[in-house]
Ligand binder design. Sequence first.
Ligand code: RBZ
Ligand code: NIO
Length: 589
Amino acid sequence: MRTLVLGGTRSGKSARAEDLLATAPQVRYLATGGVPNAGADPAWAARVLAHQTRRDQRYTTVETLALAAELRRAPTVPTLIDDLGNWITGLLDESGWNHQTDLSEPISELADAVRAFDGDLVIVSPETGLSVVPGTAAGRRFQDLLGAANLAVAAACDRVELVVAGQVFRPDATTATPTSATPTSATPAPPAPAPPAPSPASESNVPDTRAPDTAAPEAVAPDIAASPVSGGRADFPLDPIDAELFDTIAPPDEDIAEQTRGHSLNLTKPPGSLGRLEDLAVWIAACQGVCPPRPLTAPQIAVFAGDHGVARQGVSAFPPEVTAQMVANIAGGGAAINVLARRAGAGVQVLDLSVDTEDTDPVIARYKVRRSTGDLRRGQAMTLAEARRSLAAGRAVADQLVDSGADLLIAGEMGIGNTTPAAVLTGTLTEQEPVVVVGRGTGIDDAGWIRKTAAVRDGMRFARPHRDDPLSLLAAVAGPDLAAITGFLAQAALRKTPVILDGTVVTSAALVAELLAPGARAWWCAGHRSTEPAHGFALLELGLEPILDLSMRLGEGSGAAAALPVVTGAVDLMNQMATFGDAGVSGSS
Ligand SMILES: Cc1cc2ncn([C@H]3O[C@H](COP(=O)(O)O)[C@@H](O)[C@H]3O)c2cc1C
Ligand SMILES: O=C(O)c1cccnc1
């Protein structure tokens, strides 16, 4: 079990960490605070002594900043790291406190080592993000880097705890997942979010840290997760009036792309031998504007959920009630997307935009626009105002994730019947006939396929007049979930953040997003090719070649999450491989 214990100064976090290892026969204690010079700083020495006297004979202390190497050296020995704040300070002391100091590599190395660790590991780290932004450049640097370290390490752990005045809170156990807004959601929501909106830290993207054996009795604190919501619904942080207006989307940096292609020629491999992995790394470098690209340490997945009126017409193999049930499943960490995200080190949050229930946890429903949609066979799935609100919600979610450090975004979806509006959008925007785009979705039989095709035909009839007006197209035949995904994807591009697209539902929204924000597609790659026929047409229209083709047809973001390790691996190759010169390997003759 790997646990990250966060807390403020003197919160009781170290004592809590030691409690977690109380039954371990021996504990390796990785101390990052350095050996204090008692003469120079007696107060610091006393502080360290207090920690030492509390620990017993079972502890063996190793003073080190090389945490990743030490974890890898003995990856099963029960270990306590105390703490990441001193670790960041030590690294900054070594490499300089100026703003150019890049600690992304040691941070991602540590996260990788934590992920690979196979025993009891407790990591203590200060939670400084709840205080004011420091007034000095060095203070801000420290706070930013510590936040990044906490996010990356939280994503690699099985669970995250927050200690406040000796009380233990489990962010991931509050609402079953949605929690803090920090990319890996290591940081729980602040008790009093600042206006104008749920602060980033109040958003739900705790990494999916659920583990089968984590039902700790102290896992409470519903009020923390619920705090950002007023009256059961979140206030919309973005004025929906302008939700469909986007500034020009700048393309990823072509000079950096060229530089990265050149860099790749120097690496110890025949030119081009890593095939499309090289293209992916070049693309990420161009998105980041950095050569070689920085390792991706904080990918985030937002799953947008909604019901669809047409689902009552026999177009799905499953009943609409499954949408709400699956929202709870995703929040609880038990869906396919959670499993793939955990493995890939991505945080997951699920958001109810239009599920047909009043009972969703208020945090998950903070952007709720309505219950279900009108039947798209008769047009007007929602109003224009609702479409704007939904777009604004998706944009706000992307903003919050990017603001809290996410370096790659994935949109997922959950909604029984949603492959029907997706087929309507794709058929309309790629000018294909209904029979060509309609697939089996969750596995409908022939009679269901005929009903679905008829519904798509009717929906396309209503959609066609709105083909050149993305907002009214969404209002006519989509729904809040698809509109939110549209806003999310376009906003990610505006914020220069790469996206891995998922299957047919998300990609149908991508078609609309490209209309709303032309050029946005340059910020997206296609994670996989779904077996739904509409998906192939949508990918063709966007000019995207999928990374994987595994006959998947699930949605939730699962195809994108499956492709995520390929993308992060591609970036690592560009970043970590030795050059011919460095390794003393002869180049081609
Ligand atoms: C248990 C279950 C889990 C799912 N996870 C994703 N979907 C996927 O299937 C649904 C769309 O297919 P259709 O249009 O045929 O209803 C969406 O919820 C989509 O996310 C699921 C569907 C089910 C039943
Ligand atoms: O490709 C998808 O996104 C998909 C396929 C089937 C069911 N739900 C989603």
